[in-house]
Design a protein around this ligand. Structure first.
Ligand SMILES: *[C@@H]1O[C@H](CO)[C@@H](O)[C@H](O)[C@H]1NC(C)=O
Ligand SMILES: *[C@@H]1O[C@H](CO)[C@@H](O)[C@H](O)[C@H]1NC(C)=O
Length: 202
């Protein structure tokens, strides 16, 4: 069947969009792969998440089902909290097993875990449903980096993820904004293939 002109236009439109989005993501990947961590850790995989100036870097170890990761939020305000989470049994915020970093009034960053059980969470510290043998955070050149080792539950390698940024009031996390970026910051991550999908509505 001959291809109509209008269909040709559509095909070019699609190719153009793919080209533009590839350019955008390769630009973001540069910021990802070239990043030099203060402790000189080299991560084999890096993904620039599509919203909220965030990057996820990791090394996956199949021998013990662990992942060493760094979640980096660039241009992070000292009055902001940042969080990155896996959601094992669901999607989005409720059920999120979160790593949280809060910058205190003295400028130092405290990292802790928080299992999110409701939309009205204050991100209080609590244990996660899987082990996190190591967890620290730092602020460096305006970026906040959370470093963690996760023991992946049930030996799984693909999970839903969610990340978020919000304000700190009197040293405690306040409710995050509800703008488009704050609602698009969910997706999935495959620690083996490095594939991520993102952009849902939470
Ligand atoms: C998991 O295995 C890797 C590679 O063998 C090792 O470097 C790492 O320390 C182990 N992690 C834990 C938490 O045991
Ligand atoms: C900053 O405050 C935190 C508590 O919010 C404390 O644990 C930490 O030791 C303080 N750091 C410095 C350098 O004073």
């Amino acid at each position: 069947m001959p291809i109509k002109i209008s269909e040709m236009g559509k095909i070019f439109g699609v190719l153009f969009c793919i080209l533009i989005s590839n350019l955008a993501s390769s630009y973001a990947q540069q910021n990802c792969n070239n990043y030099a961590f203060s402790r000189n850790t080299i991560y084999a995989t890096c993904v620039s998440l599509p919203v909220l100036n965030s990057h996820l870097h990791w090394n996956y170890h199949s021998s013990n089902s662990t992942v060493d990761l760094a979640f980096r939020h660039t241009g992070s305000d000292t009055s902001q909290w940042v969080a990155w989470a896996l959601n094992i049994n669901g999607q989005g915020m409720v059920g999120a097993q979160a790593l949280v970093a809060v910058t205190g009034s003295n400028g130092s960053v405290q990292a802790y875990t928080s299992s999110v059980t409701s939309y009205s969470t204050g991100l209080q510290p609590s244990p996660l449903s899987f082990d996190v043998p190591s967890l620290t955070a730092e602020r460096v050149n305006g970026d906040v980096v959370i470093y963690a080792t996760l023991v992946l539950p049930r030996g799984g390698t693909r999970f839903n993820q969610v990340w978020q940024v919000g304000p700190v009031y009197n040293g405690a996390p306040g409710m995050h904004g509800l703008g488009a970026d704050n609602r698009m910051s969910i997706g999935s991550v495959d620690f083996v293939s490095g594939e991520t999908s993102a952009g849902g509505n939470a």
